[in-house]
Design a protein around this ligand. Structure first.
Ligand SMILES: Cc1cc2nc3c(=O)[nH]c(=O)nc-3n(C[C@H](O)[C@H](O)[C@H](O)COP(=O)(O)O)c2cc1C
Length: 198
């Protein structure tokens, strides 16, 4: 079976982030035919400016788009700040308008264990709709993660949460495979799965 590549993007730059922990835990899971990798470059992206969305691109923007192109799907995990998406994460999404996510299967895990982060996730859905992604509702989940659940290794040990995160990855990969079967277009056919440079 060809491996599917899922890019994991956390919207938090905070060390000890519960959102990053959920995705690091996703990356640590062993699932048949699925490889999930963290994107770590959000803090290196320049402020979005349409004037700069031209060759030669800032290396951090080129790197982001290459990783998006090389992935079969993207899983986001983002906190809410002051009733909205974090600015650094919205900046990342703005850089995807020029390329990388159009038609891409995407999902998110809402890890809020507090106020619910509802406004941020409504906004996330709106942005992902506007940028033409393929939102996979069956893979989107609310999995509350409390800071004390994150271990010194940055991972979540709780078995029930790990199982739910695995379920998200499986739902996302099932969607990618089903879509590939019905449309006969998959990145696997385009050779992305063999790339090891991103
Ligand atoms: C400056 C700031 C503003 C926040 N505003 C909200 C908010 O409006 N709604 C909400 O649900 N949580 C809010 N929170 C709580 C964070 O979303 C929550 O602490 C989250 O777990 C942070 O994610 P992280 O652990 O991945 O860094 C806020 C936190 C901070 C630091």
């Amino acid at each position: 079976m060809n491996r599917l590549h899922i890019l994991l993007i956390s919207g938090s730059l905070r060390s000890g982030s519960t959102n990053s922990a959920a995705l690091l835990t996703a990356a640590s899971l062993t699932l048949d035919g699925v490889s999930a990798r963290m994107y770590q470059g959000m803090g290196n992206l320049p402020h979005f400016n349409p004037d700069d969305d031209a060759e030669p691109l800032h290396p951090a923007v080129g790197d982001l788009r290459a990783r998006l192109d090389a992935s079969d799907a993207v899983l986001f995990c983002v906190p809410e700040y002051a009733g909205a998406l974090p600015g650094s994460f919205k900046n990342l999404l703005d850089w995807t308008v020029g390329g990388g996510t159009y038609g891409k299967p995407v999902a998110w895990i809402n890890t809020s264990a507090g106020l619910g982060a509802i406004d941020a996730h409504e906004s996330l859905r709106r942005v992902l709709e506007r940028t033409g992604t393929d939102i996979v509702d069956t893979a989107c989940a609310h999995i509350p993660v409390r800071p004390q659940m994150v271990g010194a290794d940055g991972l979540i040990d709780n078995a029930a949460i790990r199982e739910r995160i695995a379920g998200v990855l499986l739902a996302l990969s099932d969607h990618v495979r089903e879509r590939a079967q019905t449309t006969n277009e998959t990145s696997l056919d385009m050779g992305y799965a063999e790339r090891t440079d991103v």
